[in-house]
Design a protein around this ligand. Sequence first.
Ligand SMILES: [Zn+2]
Length: 245
Amino acid sequence: MKCALCLSSEPLRNSHIIPEFQYKPIYDAKHRMHVISSDADKRDKFEQKGLREKLLCDKCEVHISKWEDYACRVLFDDEAKLLSKSEKAIHLHGIDYPKFKLFLLSLLWRMSVAKGEFWKKVQLGPLEERLRVCLLNSDPLAADDYPCLLCPVLIDGHFDVGWLMPPDRTRANGHNVYRVIINGILFCFFASTHAKKLGLSVYSINEQGHMRLTVEEARQMPFVSQMLNALGKAVRQRGGSQRAD
Ligand SMILES: [Zn+2]
């Protein structure tokens, strides 16, 4: 098998589809990861090994991991500067645009090239190859190209990093939008070429290093609240806590 990024025939690593840093808080004390599945029969399922596939060679793992490390510090540490914060929005600045955008593009691309059942709804078609070349050449494209909106999701007013929801695809104003929740943060990728007309770079990461995160309550987001309701039911059946931690 060839490396999915550089296409060389080097030995492949067991690569994380979602960056490794994002797994740490998701694993519980027994090293199981809490996954909320969109499949009614597999809801509230624990994965023992995380979501890995033979995907990248050593060199490409290193290439992508530097963007992941940076994004981790922006999202979960104090790498970015806080410009303003309200109940509804968090406005960050001082972010390195190429590194953060390449992290986002690499996440979208990996979900598409992954073969596992968990990722089946992410199919980028010709965009997959375009992103592969961008990632290989460290080309972050423009801010309006394939923008991604980030929303910390509150559950009854609290932010919880201990959960993950598999990606799905929806349509918004004629655009393909892929949604995935990782560590309690919803990533909305606008994967249409013409999405650049939407001018979303005001909200997504932009070349000036600004990014606006919209805080959303799970109950206000039907696709999230339906899954959380299902989770609550499954957890009650098991007699455990309702929280995903
Ligand atoms: Zn490679």
